[in-house]
Design a protein around this ligand. Structure first.
Ligand code: ADP
Ligand code: MG
Length: 261
């Protein structure tokens, strides 16, 4: 396992030089409806390996639904999604979700397990890993997100930011090629947001492919390779952050930016 530190002492260092092999995603003509309510209308998106794509847009524009389509928490009505060239609809959803990890606004940790236990449990359940190996990898992942000192604490004894980093470590433990983040800092107290965003920025620099739904415009500007602006179930504009933020083309993006910046 290329992500495993060579020694326990290395795992304790916060400067573990982890590298990831991010995968590519190609979304074509993707449409999705909840019953009669059509919420995505022909989305096209190219996400290159090892890049960070930030999705911005007003509430209800379909950002979460698009993210959920990418790891098949919901099924589209039309279109296709390729992961490294293969349609994700050929895989079993549970296999896909090892390759495409997701982190949510709510941390969804088990309250009766420690941080270490939460990450190890996921490895044992999803990857059917033996206990020793699961704990070893879980410890390395928690060190990677800066929680080596806190891994024996239960969620209630961790800050919201630390809990969210446990959730990120849990997703990373599956060795994903793509990480999806849905407003992961929205529920955090303001002083805890920065640490989580810094971790995500570092993850982006380390080769992980990331798709990040966020209201943090400074993060999008600084970290994203590509920013996608969605409105009413469509991609209205997509491009480099400087182009989008400094030179918006559509009136809808101009209006959105004037409201959030
Ligand atoms: P965003 O994440 O941009 O706020 P969502 O993808 O959550 O947007 O929602 C897009 C649209 O789909 C909204 O109109 C929302 O009300 C609707 N929607 C979201 N989830 C469901 C659901 N589970 N059932 C029915 N409608 C939903
Ligand atoms: Mg949402």
């Amino acid at each position: 396992d290329m992500h495993l530190p060579a020694s326990p002492s290395l795992a304790r260092s916060s400067a573990v030089p982890v590298r990831y092999q991010g995968g590519s995603l190609e979304v074509s003509d993707l449409s999705m409806a909840y019953g009669a309510l059509k919420v995505l209308h022909g989305i096209n998106l190219t996400i290159k390996p090892g890049t960070v794509t930030c999705i911005i847009g007003p509430s209800g524009s379909g950002k979460s639904t698009l993210l959920r389509c990418l790891n098949r928490l919901v099924e589209p009505s039309d279109g296709d999604i390729l992961l490294d060239g293969d349609s994700i609809f050929k895989f079993k959803p549970e296999h896909l979700r090892r390759r495409v990890g997701m982190v949510f606004q709510q941390f969804n940790l088990f309250p009766d397990h420690t941080a270490l236990g939460n990450v190890a449990l996921a490895l044992r359940k999803v990857k059917r890993m033996p206990k020793d190996e699961a704990y070893k990898i879980a410890a390395a992942r928690l060190a990677e997100v800066g929680l080596a000192e806190r891994m024996h604490h239960r969620p209630s004894h961790l800050s919201g930011g630390q809990q969210q980093r446990v959730a990120i470590a849990r997703a990373l433990a599956m060795n994903p090629e793509v990480m999806l983040f849905d407003e992961v800092t929205s529920a955090l107290d303001p002083e805890l947001v920065k640490g989580v965003l810094q971790l995500m920025a570092r993850l982006g620099e380390s080769g992980m492919t990331m798709v990040v739904v966020t209201h943090e415009m400074n993060f999008a500007r600084k970290v994203a390779d590509q920013v996608v602006f969605m409105d009413e179930g469509r991609v209205v504009e997509a491009g480099r952050p400087d182009d989008l933020f400094d030179n918006p083309q559509s009136s809808r993006l101009k209006r959105f930016l004037s409201q959030v910046l």
